[in-house]
Design a protein around this ligand. Structure first.
Ligand code: GTP
Ligand code: MG
Length: 195
């Protein structure tokens, strides 16, 4: 995808604020700090359009980014952040659940996991929930630059097995730091929005 234009559109706190132009949407899910905003910036070749922070749990809204007249990236709040209150977590759950189940323009969820570590219980629950509800999901294993290349295959296998991914389905390896996996990922996203 040639990105000619990318802009932040809205931080939506409810469905009434979602865009109404019916462009396809690609959502990003993953625990706080896994690198969702960084991946968006990497894909659109902008340093800091999607706000990144070292403060996990910052993003609490659905942040819409429009790419050309082609698609939206929807940056979801990170899950599994312990310091967020239980009530907040439950509200988060309902809000995101509704979006993921009912948003007609949603084409794909990129679920980000950290390649360095086995997926957490939250990661596993999220993946299972998406599969169970037939939400199209692509697992992206990011921060690959943080481990030696010689260990990538081993770590990918752990991600696959811990999430219980079907045989023949692979996580996509990515690094925002190295711009690794970008072309391959765009290829998949273009297919996802093509119909
Ligand atoms: P929340 O908005 O809190 O849910 O976090 P997020 O998932 O959007 O994470 P964000 O993109 O803000 O990245 C969190 C931290 O990880 C930042 O310090 C990034 O610089 C760093 N980071 C993200 N991706 C990578 C990567 O591929 N490699 C390395 N080395 N660091 C990364
Ligand atoms: Mg973020």
């Amino acid at each position: 995808m040639k990105v000619n234009q990318a802009e932040f559109v809205i931080s939506a706190v409810g469905p009434s604020q979602y865009p109404e132009d019916a462009l396809p949407e690609i959502a990003l899910a993953g625990r706080s700090n896994v690198g969702k905003s960084s991946l968006i910036n990497c894909l659109i070749s902008r340093k800091n359009l999607a706000r990144t922070s070292s403060q996990p749990g910052k993003t609490q809204t659905l942040n819409y980014y429009k790419v050309n007249q082609d698609l939206y990236f929807v940056d979801l709040p990170g899950y599994g952040y312990a310091k967020v209150s239980k009530t907040k977590r439950e509200q988060w759950g309902k809000f995101i659940e509704n979006y993921l189940l009912n948003r007609e323009t949603l084409r794909l969820v990129m679920q980000l996991v950290d390649l360095r570590h086995p997926p957490s219980k939250d990661d596993q629950a999220m993946y299972e929930w998406l599969r169970h509800n037939d939400v199209p999901v692509l697992v992206v294993a990011t921060k690959a630059d943080k481990i030696p290349k010689s260990q990538w295959a081993k770590h990918l296998k752990i991600v696959r097995e811990t999430l219980g991914m079907d045989k023949g389905v692979q996580p996509l390896m990515f690094s925002s730091e190295l711009t690794l996996g970008k072309d391959e990922l765009w290829g998949i996203l273009e297919q996802a929005i093509a119909y």
